[in-house]
Design a protein around this ligand. Structure first.
Ligand code: NDP
Length: 266
């Protein structure tokens, strides 16, 4: 896994657990690449026998440009979190974040067929999940962002099921699923949206995760939303999807998620 910083990364533990569970011989390390030196770090990795890797902040967009070929979901995300080399030597870029989110929503019992989804935030994470949510059968997706132009830009890259606005202009619709894809929670805050948008919400989901519920999740709960969840399950599920791409085996997510939750409570 390439990132900067990497100190907080849970990916080595997750992939080693998957390897143990599926009896795969796998070496998975976190590699700290210089902020302006991802391509060189990748070449060095390949020269020493590396075959595939995850990519995280701030390299997802550079990895997208570096890949010889990208999957549709990576093209929609304009970002790559999974790299692998094909037999013909081509470097392929994929993005498993959206599949990870959809798998986690299903694990949580969310009904996606026909759902009206409100996504807060218009960064890379938002871009990466829209395609997989539509494929999973959601009816509409509205992207609301602090910077309105970014929300409109993202919405414009998808079909008519996807719209965009600022936080103050979110259409009044019965949003059944509200997803926080902003990084506001990193600073203890939440996107500034009206509480009325939560009145039909069956699940409030924050892609961010930590030892305590995020400001957004606490607010959603206080506003009467029955089911809240953070992005730890998405993290483990996107890793499972990457593992499947590299190894052709789908590992079980729940035991690894439980172990991670236990470790985080210590
Ligand atoms: P980006 O930096 O690409 O985008 C950040 C987004 O957050 C932008 O839309 C930005 O709005 C918005 N934002 C930042 N601060 C605030 C604030 N105070 N109030 C309102 N909006 C704010 O980040 P990513 O899209 O890559 O990631 C978003 C979040 O998703 C992060 O918390 C990340 O950790 C999490 N994530 C979790 C994953 C998982 O597996 N669980 C996977 C990927 C991401 P603006 O455009 O106006 O600046």
């Amino acid at each position: 896994m390439f990132g900067n910083p990497i100190g907080h990364s849970k990916s080595p533990m997750i992939h080693r657990s998957f390897a143990e569970q599926t009896q795969q011989d796998l070496s998975y390390e976190a590699i700290l690449a210089p902020v302006d030196g991802f391509a060189e770090a990748w070449q060095q990795f390949v020269a020493t026998g590396g075959k595939g890797a995850n990519v995280t902040v701030p390299f997802k967009e550079v990895a997208f440009r570096l890949a010889d070929h990208c999957t549709l979901r990576a093209m929609q995300a304009q970002a790559v979190n999974t790299l692998y080399i094909e037999e013909d030597g081509r470097l392929v870029g994929d993005n498993t974040d959206g599949a990870g989110l959809v798998a986690d929503l299903i694990r949580l019992g969310a009904s996606l067929e026909g759902a009206k989804v409100l996504i807060l935030g218009a960064g890379g994470a938002c871009r990466g999940v829209i395609g997989p949510l539509l494929t999973a059968g959601v009816a509409v997706v509205h992207v609301a962002n602090r910077s309105v132009d970014k929300a409109l830009l993202v919405a414009g890259d998808f079909n008519a099921q996807v719209s965009g606005s600022g936080f103050a202009d979110i259409p009044k619709q019965p949003w059944t699923l509200v997803i926080n894809a902003t990084s506001a929670g990193l600073h203890g805050s939440r996107p500034d949206i009206d509480e009325s948008h939560l009145s039909h919400c069956e699940l409030a989901y924050d892609m961010l995760y930590g030892t305590e519920p995020t400001a957004f999740l606490m607010w959603a709960q206080q506003s009467g939303v029955k089911c809240i969840a953070d992005g730890l399950g998405m993290l483990v599920s996107q890793a499972a999807e990457s593992f499947q791409i590299w190894r052709g085996i789908t590992p079980a997510v729940t035991p690894v998620l439980n172990k991670l939750q236990e470790l985080m409570q210590q």
